[in-house]
Design a protein around this ligand. Structure first.
Ligand code: RB5
Length: 143
């Protein structure tokens, strides 16, 4: 599976940790930056990753900033994107099962590294439930 990943300076360290994790698990990683800890603008990175996912260049995306909030707001502006900001594993599982979220957003200044990696694992490994009511609701979002 191809996973697009991106972060601003606020999420730069976690991007590197997640990239290591993804590579170790055999995922193909498309890295949209940023590539240093210098200050940059999160909407640009969010748009790059969202475009890759919406354009089916990548199956899923992961975006990290200080809070994860700016990234989720920006990514959700792109049609076809269902970006979920998660700070716990219950939400990470539920948003895959119910929302078929295709981008995971994380806040490096909010959660610790161990929890962050657990969230990434649960989110990647949980399939969409394919429940009729969930499909209906997702198509309502798309319209
Ligand atoms: C950068 O200081 C910070 O605003 C950004 O990483 C993010 O938290 C925005 O939502």
């Amino acid at each position: 599976m191809k996973v697009a990943i991106g972060a601003d300076h606020g999420g730069f360290n976690y991007k590197n940790k997640i990239k290591e994790y993804l590579v170790a698990r055999g995922f193909d990683v498309l890295d949209a930056g940023t590539f240093s800890a210098d200050s940059c603008d999160y909407p640009e990175i969010a748009h790059k990753v969202a475009a890759m996912v919406a354009g089916r260049e990548a199956e899923k995306g992961i975006l990290i900033c200080g809070t994860g909030i700016g990234m989720s707001i920006a990514a959700n502006k792109v049609h076809g994107i269902r970006a979920a900001l998660c700070s716990d594993t219950f939400s990470a599982k539920a948003t895959r099962q119910h929302n078929d979220s295709n981008i995971l957003c994380l806040g490096e200044r909010v959660i610790g590294e161990g929890l962050m990696l657990d969230i990434v694992q649960v989110w990647l490994d949980t399939p969409f439930s394919n429940g009729e009511r969930h499909i209906k609701r997702i198509s309502m979002i798309e319209k």
